[in-house]
Design a protein around this ligand. Sequence first.
Ligand code: TEU
Ligand code: CA
Length: 539
Amino acid sequence: MDPRWWHTAVIYQIYPRSFQDSNGDGIGDIKGIISRLDYLHTLGINAIWLSPVYKSPNVDNGYDISDYRDIMDEFGSIEDMDELISEAAKYDIKIIMDLVVNHTSDQHPWFIEAKKGKDNKYRDYYIWRNPVDGNVPNNLRSSFGGSAWEFDKYSGQYYLHLFSKHQPDLNWENEKVRQEVWDLMNFWLEKGVGGFRMDVIDLIGKVPDEEITSNGPKLHEYLQEMNRKTFGKYDVLTVGETWGATPDIAKLFSNPERKELSMVFQFEHICLDQQEGMEKWDLKPLQIKELKRVIAKWQTALGKKGWNSLFWNNHDLPRIVSRWGNDKQYHSESAKMLAILLHMLRGTPYIYQGEEIGMTNYPISSIEEVDDIESRNMYYERLAKGYSKREILESINAKGRDNARTPMQWDDTENAGFTKGTPWLHVNPNYHQINVKKNLENPNSIFYTYQQLIRVRKENPIITWGDFQLIENTEEEVFAYYRKLGNEKWLIVANFSESESVFSSKDVVKKVIMSNYKQNNINLSNKRLKPYEAFVVRI
Ligand code: TEU
Ligand code: CA
């Protein structure tokens, strides 16, 4: 594959509402982000994936857009955005915009027009169907609960919304819709953005009448057209959010010869603690052996015909150290282990804000503390089904999206230095112990592990380009693999457990590249592993 900048890059995701408030209204904003560029430069990242900052009524925190060419008042102005792009460029940091074009807000002028009647010129921008026997057209469900069809009394038709009813789905079959999307993408490309993260992009080819939502028949045709009409002429990163991707599907998206996207986010590893065929709230314990199998599969299956993105976290997922690490006794060890394991893989790593200091899930005790539409809808739906409050809150504490959305913990002053006002969402009370300032002051902090991982990746092509090989015959809780490029060979070993374990191999260590426990020399014959120990060695 032709090397591109994003092959060796590390991306940092910012959830703007919770990153840094600059004016005391309790809501993070663009000026706040600008004031923290220096910090991100110290970490060493190359690009920021910015969750949506466009005008939005905020039913789904910006994933419901009412104007794609303007900025949400609370976040600032279009001038602030221009300034962010140019200030970030001074640090060699690119801005990757979140492109949410499967749906708009119901407050978008297109939808306001479309609702005016069947002959309105914007009617066909959305997906309308007549009732069937006086009821919904079919059984399509919304991701946020209930039917995906909402009745519009005025016209007597239903419109489709795969998310909330305030997020009507665009009709991608309509050529004019596609042209509108190309225009708005070009608007941002001309401003010099570094690419797009494409929200639920595998839904745009849906065939609602056949109840096909993801991976519809025209999906790849649309993406090839998008590539030709917009970013194909630019040196940018594009990453699609694709919950329904298998490795074969991921190759369709990311094989450079097909001229679609740079890479996709796949979620197979992320779904391993969910009961088969159930919802994300229905948990089961993670099996390390499954995690090894799934990661190894994705590491090898794409071959030279596709590219992986690597992530543990985003704004929809619980905090990884609380999920598959240990956010109490082995907080630091397990956070570093997870970082080392992921960042030594082949692909482009993404860090979600606060992950680099080991931020943890926020413990909620009542639904009043919850902002997220997905959790709130599920709460009332399951209450009505007879679940107890206790079990529902347990699910939200484990998997709710607000876990990752609490404000960034900068220091131990009031509200963790996030705002001088009242934060829009509660700050995690553990900010006195877990914050950026403390991390920067401690050379052994989680932050410096991330910083080192980013630096080591830049200095060693083996991490970007080397082959991956899982080591099969280890203790179950030990995740070990080789990376190999030319004559160079690296070994990565991680103990995914709070108990001691052991790893044994005939390999001889030439150099310890890094480790989460201090050690200058490692003997691999019967190497005892401490809780959550992880190391990278050249052999
Ligand atoms: O998420 C896609 C999506 O399907 C989410 O509902 C996700 O499955 C869920 O949160 C996990 O349980 C994207 C965005 O990342 C999310 O924030 C938006 O709410 C959603 O699309 C709609 O735009
Ligand atoms: Ca603000």
